[in-house]
Design a protein around this ligand. Sequence first.
Ligand SMILES: [Zn+2]
Ligand SMILES: [Zn+2]
Length: 242
Amino acid sequence: MKYKVKIIIDKIINFFLPRTCFCCGADLKTKSLLCEDCVKKVEPVKGLICERCGVMLKSGGKYCHNCRGSKISKYKCSFIRSALQFNEPTRALIHAFKYEKYLNIAPYFAEVMYRTFRKYPEYREATFLVPVPIYKSRKRKRGFNQAEVLANHLGKICGTPVLNALVRIKNTKSQTKLTRDERKQNILNAFALAKGMESQIKKQAVILIDDVCTTSATLEECALVLKKAGAREVLALTALRE
Ligand SMILES: [Zn+2]
Ligand SMILES: [Zn+2]
């Protein structure tokens, strides 16, 4: 997997020409977003992971602390996997994509997401990719929803159609500085089913798509809405895993 990530990063290199590394600020001799040292730190999610939420586990076991025992039955999102580990360099790439509008990064994220998609037969049953929506004023300001852009590229590769089945009805504050419980509270009731989606979602298995998964609170809120609407199963796939 590592060399594939390298190929993808190399492709990025041919597209852009920032003068300094997006991550550490080092001067760049080649056309790249990241310096050589930072590129080396771009790593796929690997090793032992929680069977439900896909978080990397430090010690053995089937599930992480948050999914263990009776806790597993309360989750609506049954299966989460991510392509790359969230760290300084991958955070910098997502930042460049989302906030500095380097939209050409998206196909490369979609490629690494597709490798994860292919690895797990669980995803093959799904009828739709459903992007996690952002609030409409935020989308207007940014010009795009990063999850939707990723879903569109991934959909083209894997052949699963994209369905904008959800809307964000609450303009939530950024989750980045919040604790696990605060995130859950912040995102509570933030989503609703988009108009006329009931018949499309009913009895279907769908894959939620997002850029980053941290505590999975956002994915869980989305899954709740989709399950209420009659979805048979809700899975999720993200570019990065924190
Ligand atoms: Zn660097
Ligand atoms: Zn877990």
